[in-house]
Design a protein around this ligand. Structure first.
Ligand code: SF4
Ligand code: MG
Length: 298
């Protein structure tokens, strides 16, 4: 942490091209506030993003950033953290990016427990490519790719994370800034892999939900239905059984801290690993092997 004062404006970069009203604005705003509250400087943060509307986050947030390939933010983010443990590493992307194309990486990152935060802006649709059905779209979702309504059930990322040993799991909502700031702070402070799934509405391709034959605005729908675990008396986020129970009971429509467990992170298991950033290590590069190979082509 640095002694220089920071404010949320410290992290403002270029103005986003997101549609007015997109939930990603709320997430970015919350992330800026959380970083300022933690006293982090831009050079102490690295945001690694995937592809999609949400993947543009690292262009709009003033810090180190890497805009990677579709579904590949997690391997890169884990590498960044292991090479420089002094950085606060945040991977960011959407539901299509993380739970479709990057689903394999997601499961393995969860069990590996590298000390980093994964923020998924989940809007149940592929927004950037004009509204196709995504892995978290509900059954019956009508789009260009499923004109008759999706015949599949949605991926359940919170349950997948819980089943695969994720050490910190929460769900936030772009329409509840206060809770979102609090969850981001806790996610960053957790020593291990933190999954923060954020219900971040796409107001262009999923603006309303039909309920009882009526169209309901997407923000209004989430506000009405989210069960806030942070406010549930007796809810114990260290209980995996309770976490599964609530996810099943509320069909994953919950907000707040779902599960948190203290256990060694990946680097504590690595023999010989040092917390010193690689860039600060005195290394002598032995190029003799490379020179032998190069000599064959001369
Ligand atoms: Fe946001 Fe949807 Fe617009 Fe993309 S298309 S910027 S997800 S509202
Ligand atoms: Mg999406």
């Amino acid at each position: 942490m640095s002694a220089t004062l920071v404010s949320p404006k410290t992290f403002v970069s270029e103005w986003p091209t997101w549609c007015p009203g997109c939930g990603d604005f709320g997430l970015m705003n919350a992330l800026m506030r959380a970083a300022a509250k933690l006293g982090l400087q831009p050079h102490e943060i690295c945001i690694v993003s995937g592809i999609g509307c949400s993947g543009k986050l690292n262009s709009y947030f003033n810090s180190y950033g890497l805009h990677t390939l579709h579904g590949r933010s997690l391997p890169v983010a884990q590498g960044v953290k292991l090479a420089n443990p002094s950085l606060t590493v945040i991977a960011a992307g959407g539901d299509g990016d993380g739970y479709g194309i990057g689903a394999g990486h997601f499961m393995h990152a969860v069990r590996r427990n590298v000390d980093m935060t994964y923020i998924v802006m989940d809007n149940q649709v592929y927004g950037l490519t004009k509204g196709q059905t995504s892995p978290t779209s509900p059954t019956g979702f009508v789009s260009l790719t499923t004109p008759g309504g999706s015949a599949e059930g949605p991926v359940r990322p919170l349950r997948v994370a819980l089943a695969n040993g994720c050490s910190w799991i929460a769900q936030g909502f772009s329409g509840d800034l206060k809770q979102l700031v609090d969850l981001i702070i806790k996610a960053i402070q957790h020593r291990g892999f933190s999954l923060l799934n954020v219900q971040s509405p796409c107001v262009t391709w999923r603006e309303t939900i039909v309920e009882d034959g009526q169209k309901v605005g997407i923000y209004e729908w989430w506000k009405k239905h989210l069960h806030n675990l942070d406010e549930e008396a007796g809810y114990d986020p260290t209980s995996r059984t309770m976490a599964f129970d609530r996810l099943l009971q509320h069909e994953d429509i919950v907000s707040g801290l779902i599960y948190a467990e203290e256990r060694p992170s990946y680097r504590e298991y690595l023999k010989g690993y040092t917390d010193q950033p690689m860039s600060e290590m005195a290394q002598v590069l032995d190029t003799s092997a490379l020179e032998k190979i190069a000599a064959q082509f001369r």
